[in-house]
Design a protein around this ligand. Structure first.
Ligand SMILES: *Cc1c(COP(=O)(O)O)cnc(C)c1O
Length: 448
């Protein structure tokens, strides 16, 4: 542990910013000599490998703890959660059978119950931890597909701003995606969904709503969508991988009104929950919905064991060996409480509002829209090339990690603000760097 902590500090000091300066060549140079097969699998072991490799990892990291590292849903994990995960790593329990994790099995079920309450799901709701939103969405669509009766082509309705994992899951499951056009703010329009369902000649197996879209952090109108889905008797899955964390905040939780009406929900506590990856959660309204996943392996969880009260969690996951990611979550929830976590969410939201305000006051920048959660979408000037070039310039300098996306065919920059230790002055400085890189990129563009 001492070696790791020391090497983390040295590596971060050598990096000197949110990411290494100099791009991929400098990154390869920093790993010099450590990445050849001979170095990675020497005939005789190298006792100093832990410190050596940790230092190189930190030296070449994009560090989400730096306020200028603000591109993605990539959080600085809470120290208490990192430390809690260390206990799990040391004990190495696995949830696929009772006799590999007697306490872990109890704990995961309790944390899942707590989260079903937070989400407003009724008694009888249940769920499981997952690797993240992608796996949770796959599970929601798998269960919905298996519930649908009929032989027509299976179709899934979501907005065109839904996460790509919905499309991937449908490809795996043999279902077809029917995207419903979202509005300018990235929200699904319940009337368009209603019409699309009314027109559907195939077998609609699921409506997927998004609470916190990837580009804008937009939250679909969940109550209205639940009404439409219920009218057409189609299950509703809510992908709240990003926005679900707003439930901790008294101020923002009302944005998720209607979440408790979902048939299944995806949450990612490695986003607005500040957990080390992975801390995905999949919840179902009714425990019986998990039945298709039930599995008894003679060598893991024979039915006789289950009948004797030795519960295993093999039958609620797509995985077999599975670590108790619920442990770090339990430690976090109990240490910070709802108010503590809510305050972190509120701080990041306020930071996003502040940044958006600064952007809208500036003549160099254009703000896409007022942030709904913690994402700020904007651009420098009106040239796609300049916005792309300025972002890569910042990456090459090692001074900022800014996101990019495309909306309406244009390139936009994106700040996903998830660092509860960042302050307004940090964001003002970050915007200053973006402005300077924009001016340099625009000048270079003119010379070409
Ligand atoms: C992050 C995210 C996902 C994917 O989740 P992973 O944890 O990366 O698998 C899916 N949907 C939404 C809305 C997300 O924000």
């Amino acid at each position: 542990m001492r070696e790791v902590l020391g090497a983390l500090e040295t590596g971060a000091r050598e990096r000197g910013g949110p990411l290494p300066a100099g791009g991929p060549d400098a990154v390869r140079a920093a790993w010099a000599g450590l990445l050849t097969p001979g170095a990675l699998l020497p005939d005789r072991g190298v006792p100093g490998a832990l410190g050596e490799l940790t230092r190189a990892l930190a030296r070449t990291a994009a560090d989400p703890a730096d306020p200028a590292c603000a591109a993605h849903l990539h959080v600085p994990p809470l120290a208490v959660a990192v430390a809690a995960d260390l206990a799990v790593n040391a004990l190495n329990p696995s949830l696929d059978s009772w006799d590999q994790a007697p306490g872990g099995v109890e704990l995961e079920q309790a944390v899942v119950r707590t989260l079903t309450q937070l989400a407003g799901l009724p008694n009888g709701a249940d769920g499981t931890f997952t690797t993240g939103g992608s796996e949770s969405n796959l599970m929601g669509l798998l269960l919905a597909r298996d519930r649908a009766e009929g032989t027509a082509r299976r179709v899934v309705f979501c907005s065109d701003a839904a996460h790509f994992s919905v499309r991937r899951a449908c490809a795996l499951l043999g279902a077809e995606v029917r995207p419903v056009e979202s509005d300018r703010y990235g929200r699904m329009d319940p009337r368009l969904l209603d019409w699309a369902l009314a027109d559907c000649r195939d077998l609609p197996v699921c409506v997927v709503a998004t609470a916190g879209t990837t580009d804008l952090g937009a939250i679909d109108p969940l109550d209205a969508l639940a009404d439409v889905a219920a009218r057409h008797r189609v299950p509703l899955h809510v992908d709240a991988a990003y926005g679900g964390g707003a439930l901790f905040s008294r101020q923002l939780a009302p944005l998720l009104a209607g979440l408790g009406r979902a048939d299944s929900v995806s949450l990612d506590l490695h986003k607005l929950g500040w957990q080390p990856v992975a801390a995905g959660v999949f919840l179902v309204r009714d425990r019986s919905a998990l039945q298709p996943l039930e599995l008894h392996a003679a060598y893991l969880n024979p039915e006789a064991d289950e009948e004797a009260g030795l519960t295993s969690l093999l039958g609620r996951s797509l995985r077999t060996t599975r670590r108790p990611d619920a442990f770090k979550v339990a430690v976090t929830l109990r240490t910070l409480g709802r108010e503590g976590l809510g305050a972190l969410v509120d701080h990041c939201h306020a930071l996003a509002r502040h940044t958006a305000q600064r952007i809208s006051e500036s003549r160099d920048f254009e703000l896409y829209t007022v942030p709904m959660l913690t994402t700020v979408v904007f651009r420098y000037g009106d040239s796609d090339e300049v916005n792309d070039a300025l972002r890569r310039r910042l990456l090459a300098e090692g001074t900022a990690v800014v996101g990019r996306t495309e909306i309406g065919g244009a390139v936009w920059l994106k700040l996903t603000l998830l660092n509860p230790q960042a302050g307004e002055a940090d964001l003002d400085r970050l915007l200053e760097r973006v402005r300077a890189a924009g001016a340099a990129a625009a000048a270079q563009n003119r010379h070409r």
